[in-house]
Design a protein around this ligand. Structure first.
Ligand code: LMR
Length: 403
């Protein structure tokens, strides 16, 4: 049977990252994957993370035993504090450690598919995800058995949030659907609702008895301040939603390969919490038994220590600042190299990406002619830019857009 198996398509993001690796052009540029690079284009281990690892190495109580199915409880507690804030009573929040954001989305997707009631007349629970969204969302929720639907999110004519479209589509969705929201720094558009719009979205979701699934992959990257970036999800909790939250520490702690995250469900009582915890464990155990412990120990060591936490916040701000300055520089240099195109949307966007508005043909040309690797939706990871390559990239963009 093996000879009958067809070749599968490469992944829309990680497949391009693989092509970048095998490209031999000395001028090649990787602005594909959302992974931070320092000003010389190198991956960066946060100094606070490095210090935490040094402490762990010297700590003879650290061992390599299995974590419990739900992960390291102390880590989960600190991680949830980071997301929900100091005011939050965590006594009714069911939280488990996850394999970063993807793993959290997967556990949450299975949880919804198993337990949330299907809207009347439907045989599968619909999940509405933004259009566009992080490409992997689609496959993850399909694999969970959910019916993946889209809501309008971005208007490519105005290069801004399609707020009216979003509201119309959430109204149109059958009552009791799951609504996936990016809690900040929307990937790929870099466009978030305002706080007032979040409040109105929250009211509408309540009216429609929809379920809220927040994906938080960029807390700290939108503004540089992790507290400020949690405003939307904290607002929903305050408004009484039983949110489900997928939390990733890949970007904001630079722990990409450590697969460190959480999945949590805001319940109404400690009894509900206990039942939900037991079910989350039943989802996890046959999937991968228990999570890896190195990344979670790092996050725990940092967040448990006041000084390391302070240093961590400064490290996170440093990354956000460098990305912000590359955002402004890209628009500046585009003008310098002669582009007359209006790029102002790039500077009004936030987070790790510039959603440029380039067509897939233009993206293909950037890759084939200039060895600049980006996703075919026109998304550029600003973290991949630095003073050494920004002019090369700007000239190439000018060539494929105005040339
Ligand atoms: C991205 O959007 O580039 C990242 O989240 C990496 C990934 O796993 O796709």
């Amino acid at each position: 049977y093996l000879s009958t198996i067809p070749e599968g398509p490469p992944d829309a993001i990680l497949g391009i990252a693989e092509s970048f690796k095998s490209c031999t052009d000395p001028n090649k540029v990787n602005v594909c994957v959302g992974a931070y690079r320092d000003s010389s284009g190198k991956p960066w281990i946060l100094p606070s993370v490095r210090k935490a690892e040094e402490r762990m190495l010297k700590d003879d109580t650290v061992n390599k035993e299995y974590a419990p199915i739900a992960g390291d409880g102390r880590y989960v507690e600190l991680a949830l504090r980071f997301a929900y804030g100091n005011e939050m009573d965590l006594g009714s929040v069911a939280g488990v450690q996850s394999l970063s954001g993807t793993g959290a989305c997967r556990i949450g997707g299975h949880f919804f598919a198993r337990f949330a009631p299907k809207p009347k007349g439907l045989d599968r629970l619909p999940i509405y995800i933004p259009n566009p969204t992080w490409g992997n969302h689609i496959q993850i929720f399909k694999e969970c058995g959910l019916d993946v639907q889209r809501y309008r999110y971005y208007d490519s004519k105005t290069n801004a949030l399609d707020y009216d479209g979003l509201i119309a589509d959430l109204k149109e969705a059958p009552d009791g659907s799951v609504i996936l929201l990016h809690s900040c720094a929307h990937n790929p558009t870099g466009c978030d609702p305002t706080l007032q719009q979040w409040k109105d979205i929250s009211d509408l979701i309540k009216e429609k008895s929809h379920h809220v699934f927040f994906d938080s992959a960029y807390q700290g990257f939108a503004s540089g301040d992790a507290e400020a970036d949690a405003a939307a999800l904290r607002l929903f909790v305050k408004e009484g939603h039983n949110i489900v939250l997928a939390q990733s520490f890949a970007k904001n702690f630079g722990l990409y390969g450590e697969r460190t995250g959480t999945l949590s469900v805001v319940c109404n009582t400690p009894e509900e919490r206990s039942a939900v915890m037991s079910q989350l464990k039943l989802i996890i155990r046959p999937m991968y038994s228990s999570p890896p412990i190195h990344g979670s120990s790092i996050v725990k060591t940092v967040l448990e220590d006041e000084e390391l936490t302070k240093e961590y916040y400064a490290n996170c701000e440093e990354m956000a600042d460098r990305i912000g300055s590359m955002r402004r520089r890209l628009v500046e240099v585009l003008k310098e190299v002669g582009s007359t195109h209006d790029w102002s949307h790039v500077t009004s966007q936030i987070g790790m990406f510039a959603f440029t508005g380039m067509s897939s043909d233009m993206c293909d040309e950037l890759t084939s002619k200039y060895s600049i690797f980006l996703t075919r939706d026109g998304r550029i990871s600003l973290a991949g830019l630095n003073e050494g390559n920004i002019e090369y990239v700007a000239k190439a963009i000018h060539d494929v857009t105005d040339g």
